[in-house]
Design a protein around this ligand. Structure first.
Ligand SMILES: Cc1ncc(COP(=O)(O)O)c(N)n1
Length: 598
């Protein structure tokens, strides 16, 4: 589409975007009919599932009961807390621990339970052997689902559990439904003599998870793989053998070249290592949860958050007929919540920062740009419908153009229609200038509109290479797919606000950047040809450094705009819908070329 962008030096800005927030309103028929009938049926009082945490206090707010209660709340449950100890702690470390006497721990527990029994109990820092033993004799009476995060050493390296208390844990394990150790904790609790550094890949981790379950006697073990490094190939080896649950969109995330390439031009390390959490129930591997490693120092309280998330996801689970240890959905929701809380963490303190427990709610829905992902808005847009995005950027028209097999008349039809499209694309930018409310923004949109107008002249010359005269171009009737796309963009510009305009013009820019990069890679790998290709000039333009620099500027300004003024969830949903529609219409534009649609 826009060769004019090749020389574009103007910035494109777009406002904020992101996150996935879903609000479900459920009204039961009974209640409805109750409301409507002449003798109303009394409504059941609304109840939030009760989740209890038995853990220590972190004065810094990132771990312990503070993290637990925030997590429980985020899952829509009601949290109660029994404190086992107080820590004087911040993000830099633990300065002191003060144990709560074990009989007072039990007294707190009795007070809570006598009033309202919990659906699930999370256990964290248990502080002393006497408290652990007291809990081991109390828990069987409670008869409810328990999640134990065996907190032994803090992220900052402080011993939170004395040696005799670690041994006392074995009295508690038989009453534990879900045990969630990390690799060092699993090595310790399974009493294996392996050192962490001796673990070689996924096979050793699988063995460790099974050993931990066997030696502790906990019903289910979720071995957290955050400390390990696993390659994609290693995971794929187990594809037929175990259920593999990929993090949303991650299976294909590598294919978004435009972001990967841009990150590497910014000098950022593109993290290839995967994190694998292993779920073992009854000595059987149930599932592997695979996600991308998040390069972040905001990890304080990760174990507390995940275990509370499991307790809460269990308390609100939908499939009540599936055995607890095999309900993959529970673990998937808990892991995904924790991963997003790390990825969207904001900076706090001078050490290992806390997670963002409120990422599911309104204004923090979209993660802020981080070192790991400086493009959260675009990542959200692309991954919100990856198959749709691929139908555009890997369209057969593009594939055939790259390997030189695209029939000439298809390209000619496309390029003539593209000329028409440019006119409307320029109008959309003029509308953007009209709607902008700062002079800088007015200038940016006007300059792009000017560029489009000027560059359409270049387009005329470009078309001449294919024997298409200016008169022929002007006389060509607009095809329906071109009209549909162009009118949609201009219509959004007319009825929407400035941010809508940004959105309506973004997929064209980013998509052509992606197509250019992909074609370049195809040429390097021998799947596409440049020399002797009829479309060489077109390919060179879109693979060229100048065009890609314009794409990068556009992405950067879009992200900046969005980070400065985050949209509400409703606005985010609208922006995402505009993006999807433009991507769909871009794909139809290639269809038009390939199938000579008029
Ligand atoms: C009260 C309390 N509970 C648990 C942890 C472990 O959390 P982390 O390993 O992230 O330091 C902690 N530091 N403090």
């Amino acid at each position: 589409m826009p060769p004019y962008l090749i020389t574009t030096t103007t910035t494109i800005t777009v406002k904020q975007l992101v996150g996935r927030t879903a609000v479900t309103i459920a009204i039961t028929i009974e209640k409805m009919s109750g409301l409507l009938s002449s003798s109303p049926v009394p409504l059941e009082p609304r109840k939030a599932p009760h989740v209890l945490t038995i853990a220590g206090s972190d004065s810094g707010g990132g771990a312990g009961i503070q993290a637990d209660l925030k997590t429980i709340e985020a899952f829509g449950c009601y949290g109660t807390s029994v404190l086992t100890g107080l820590t004087a702690q911040n993000t830099k470390g633990v300065q002191a621990v003060h144990a709560v006497p074990s009989d007072f721990v039990i007294q707190q527990l009795q007070s809570v339970i006598e009033d309202e029994p919990p659906i699930a109990v999370k256990l964290g820092m248990l502080t002393s052997a006497s408290t652990i033993r007291a809990l081991a004799s109390y828990l069987p009476k409670l008869d409810c689902t328990t999640v134990l995060d065996p907190v032994i050493i803090s992220t900052s390296g402080h011993h939170l559990l004395p040696e005799d208390a670690v041994e006392a844990l074995y009295d508690l394990f038989p009453y534990v439904t879900f045990l969630t150790p990390n690799i060092p904790e699993a090595i310790r609790l399974s009493r294996t003599n392996t050192k962490e550094t001796e673990l070689k890949g996924l096979a050793d981790m699988l063995q460790l998870a099974k050993d931990t379950q066997l030696k502790t006697g906990a019903k289910t073990v979720l071995l957290k793989g955050g400390h390990g490094k696993v390659s994609r190939e290693d995971v794929l080896q187990y594809a037929g053998q175990y259920e593999i649950v990929w993090e949303e969109g991650d299976e294909e995330a590598d294919t978004v070249d435009v972001l990967t390439e841009y990150r590497s031009t910014l000098g950022l390390k593109v993290e290839k290592d995967l994190v694998v959490d292993i779920l073992v129930t009854g000595e059987e591997v149930v599932a592997l949860f695979v996600g991308r490693k998040v390069d972040s120092s905001s990890t304080h309280g990760t174990g507390c958050t995940l275990s509370s998330a499991i307790a809460s996801a269990y308390a609100t689970r939908r499939k009540k007929d599936v055995p607890a240890g095999k309900d993959i959905e529970v673990f998937k929701r808990a892991i995904s919540y924790t991963q997003s809380a790390i990825a969207s963490a904001f900076s706090f303190g001078h050490g290992h920062g806390p997670l963002n427990h409120a990422h599911l709610t309104a204004r923090r829905a979209l993660p802020p740009p981080t070192k790991h992902n400086p493009h959260p808005f675009l990542t959200h847009l692309i991954q919100s419908n990856l198959p749709l995005w691929k139908s555009y950027v890997r369209h057969p028209f593009v594939v055939q153009l790259g390997n030189g097999t695209l029939p000439r008349e298809c390209f000619e039809h496309y390029i003539k229609q593209d000329y028409h499209y440019l006119k409307h694309y320029a109008r959309a930018h003029a509308l953007g200038a009209y709607k902008a409310n700062t002079l800088a923004e007015i200038q940016a949109f006007s300059e792009i509109a000017l560029h489009v107008a000027r560059e359409s002249e270049m387009h005329v010359a470009y078309c001449a290479q294919f024997g298409i005269s200016r008169a022929e171009l002007a006389a060509t009737a607009e095809s329906s797919p071109c009209a549909a796309y162009a009118r949609y963009v201009v219509d959004i510009g007319t009825q929407g606000d400035i941010l809508d305009v940004y959105m309506a013009v973004a997929s064209c820019l980013v998509g052509y950047g992606e197509v250019g990069l992909w074609l370049k890679k195809q040429v390097e790998e021998g799947n596409a040809v440049l020399e002797g290709n009829l479309y060489k000039k077109w390919m060179e333009d879109y693979c060229g450094a100048e065009f890609l620099a314009a794409v990068n500027r556009g992405i950067e300004n879009l992200e900046r705009r969005v980070a400065e003024d985050p949209p509400s969830p409703e606005k985010l949903a609208r922006l995402t819908a505009i993006w999807h529609e433009c991507v769909r219409l871009e794909s139809r534009f290639w269809d038009m070329g390939l199938n000579l649609i008029h």
